[in-house]
Design a binder for this molecule. Sequence first.
Ligand code: PLP
Length: 449
Amino acid sequence: MVRAAAATAPASGRPAPRSPRARASPSEARTVPRRPELSERGLHGCRKDFPILERSFHGRPLTYLDSAATSQKPRSVIDAEREFYETLNANVHRGVYALSEEATEAYEKARARVAQFLHAKDPEEVVFLRGTTEAINLVAGALARGGLARGDRVVSTEMEHHSNIVPWHLLRQHPGVQLDFVGLTDDGRLRGEDLDRLLARGTKLFTFTHVSNVLGTVNPVRELTERAHDAGALVLLDAAQGAPHLPIDVQEMGVDLLAFSGHKVLGPTGIGVLWGKKEVLRKLPPYMGGGEMIREVDKADITYKDPPLKFEAGTPNVAGAVVLSRALDYLSRVGWDELRSFEHELLLDAEKRLKAALGEALTIYGPPVGRDREAVLSFSLKGIHPHDIATLLDAEGVAVRAGHHCAQLVMKRYGVPALTRASYYLYNDREDTTRLVEALTKVQQILGR
Ligand code: PLP
């Protein structure tokens, strides 16, 4: 099995050297812990908590391997949504009646719960938004109006989801910032020498993903942040794929801003978070205008509230925030070490069995399963288009994703138009991999050369 399509990849230079200054981030510091039991149906048998996994498609039980796109929801989260609308629903911050006060209290409690999840200093550092995409757009839009000028440099990476590329492209047009990308090694890691070179030229903002949604690479957040800070850059972390799998400690990581989405951490769609250091959020101008974010409006003048309310114009997603806090409760009870260990075992087992069944035709992308690799398995099968693979797998009840995964720079780097991606989470088990392997074997028999 070849990793990261070295044969077809454009020249990439030497692999990124490990920095001697590197210190482990909270997630990295954890060695892969004891081997969990894969015979259980999901971690600690949690599969039964997810009612949707009882569904069948095309006469086959659902094998859900697309959690990197969105996670399924446990019953406690589904119940919390109904409970909110049955008992708590009212607009927040503006009512003087008891129901509105209760709704406000629940909303602010959810903010405190998120702060705890992120190990933030203060709940006021937590801004509720629609998700990672909106959070990154907020930062880009605010910087365009209040921090970046023509010619300033923003550095992103070739590993990013389009959510962390397109908002910066918009800034290339206005106000005319310079946009550069850290490249990738053949085995799917960031090229450290690119970062050093780009930072040396003066960078205002360095933004990167915690975990790659295609390669599964876990980036060394603290080390990269220290390097960017030494060069005087602000750091924004896209934790959309990190937050579901790894403990987040913003103080330990040292980043200035961080974004994640509720729907990938067992929570509802339409809710997500921008976390920022207080002093950084205070300096950013508001993103949208509307109710609840102002102190005083006059015909000729306006003053804004302090963060986070300055960034939450209009009626927020109150139910979403409250239900997200229930999802974080569920996730936190699972235990990060056990989750990590369980996912590593699932991934090792899947790689081994896929290799055995599909042989040389299989190419898996990304670093080897280990401490810098998360539960994403992107692959190609020689001579078969990923869309054909995903369509035939669907007929077997196996839900995987095929395409460029909103990461066209990754596709271009490895010289492929698209990949098939199976992504695992706490409710998956060995049986899911058995169905995946059986279905892929069928695909190979039907379409393989
Ligand atoms: N960043 C990464 C790494 C992602 O994988 C995704 C979604 O898959 C996003 C950002 C965008 O998240 P959302 O669509 O929830 O805003």
